[in-house]
Design a protein around this ligand. Structure first.
Ligand code: PAF
Length: 286
């Protein structure tokens, strides 16, 4: 696996692969890779002939008081993970390479309206930063397919909307969330948790599962179900940002008539913000 740091080298390597008739898969990441990222690369390697991963901690998607400076940078370990997972080329650019004219006054891609909800309303500008950098990566690599984790459910929806709205010729694949044995969704930010917080963290997934079971068992008062679990989550020591039942495709608030829903949660444990979700398709269930 080669690592390149410039757009010129990236384009040259991808052009070589394409000239050999290879299908190109792209896995955009911010590094500090775990088994969830490895699963993205493995899927890309199954679906494409040449896998490009990118590692770039994108300043454009971090808010002023967020963890841009402390976000873990672990390039050597990441290269090993990517190699083992079947990656062919790593693109690891500097900020200057990605934003040679700086970020002020930059042309940006405004994310679709669904980005203003949920995480977007708590992290203003975040999804515009994501769509801008992802569309730059798409233009640099011009992949046939790109893989994103379902843990970032809203991000995946925002990227799908961008690709549809802007007619970008790339197939977007959502990869199921990889979890620790106790159910905690793997995330680079889990490393911020103290031992005690790490013990508490899987409780979010337990609440999501309990909501799923309640809906499957016939609970139809969604606001009450949410109020009940929000209160429990808070009483356990989390500071919830939101807990919501939404339509799986549009992310609009779900009603009891919706069959395809997603239950999403975001909550702080100390200063660490955790997110998780469960997609629930009730077609044929009631
Ligand atoms: O999910 C992430 O790691 C990032 O938001 C992404 C898609 C790599 C864009 O910077």
């Amino acid at each position: 696996m080669n690592t390149v740091k410039t757009v010129r080298e990236l384009r040259a390597a991808v052009a070589r692969a394409r000239s050999e008739g290879k299908q190109i898969g792209l896995v955009p990441t911010m590094g500090n890779l775990h088994s969830g990222h490895a699963a993205l690369v493995t899927t890309a390697a199954q679906q494409a002939d040449f896998v490009v991963a990118s590692i770039f901690v994108n300043p454009l998607q971090f808010g002023a008081n967020e963890d841009l400076d402390t976000y873990p940078r672990t390039l050597a370990a990441d290269q090993e993970t990517l190699l083992q997972a079947g990656c062919n080329l790593l693109f690891a650019p500097s900020d200057e390479e990605m934003y040679p004219n700086g970020m002020t006054g930059l042309t940006r891609v405004t994310a679709a309206q669904l980005s203003n909800e949920l995480c977007g309303s708590r992290r203003p500008g975040h999804f515009d930063g994501v769509t801008t950098v992802v569309s730059k990566l798409f233009n640099m690599v011009q992949p046939d397919l790109a893989i994103f984790g379902q843990k970032d459910y809203q991000q995946l929806a925002v990227i799908r909307a961008m690709v549809n709205d802007l007619n970008i010729p790339v197939q977007i694949i959502g990869e199921p969330t990889v979890r620790a044995e106790d159910g905690l969704a793997l995330s680079s930010r889990n490393g911020y948790l103290s031992d005690e917080q790490r013990q508490m963290a899987p409780s979010l997934y337990r609440h999501l599962n309990e909501i799923v079971q309640a809906i499957k068992a016939g609970a139809r008062d969604y606001p009450e179900l949410i109020r009940h679990h929000l209160a429990l989550i808070e009483s356990e020591g989390f500071r919830p940002d939101y807990l919501e039942i939404r339509q799986a495709q549009t992310l609009l608030p779900a009603t009891i008539d919706d069959r395809d829903v997603v239950i999403l949660v975001a909550a702080f444990l100390g200063s660490t913000r955790l997110i998780d979700n469960i997609h629930l398709n009730l077609e044929g269930s009631f």
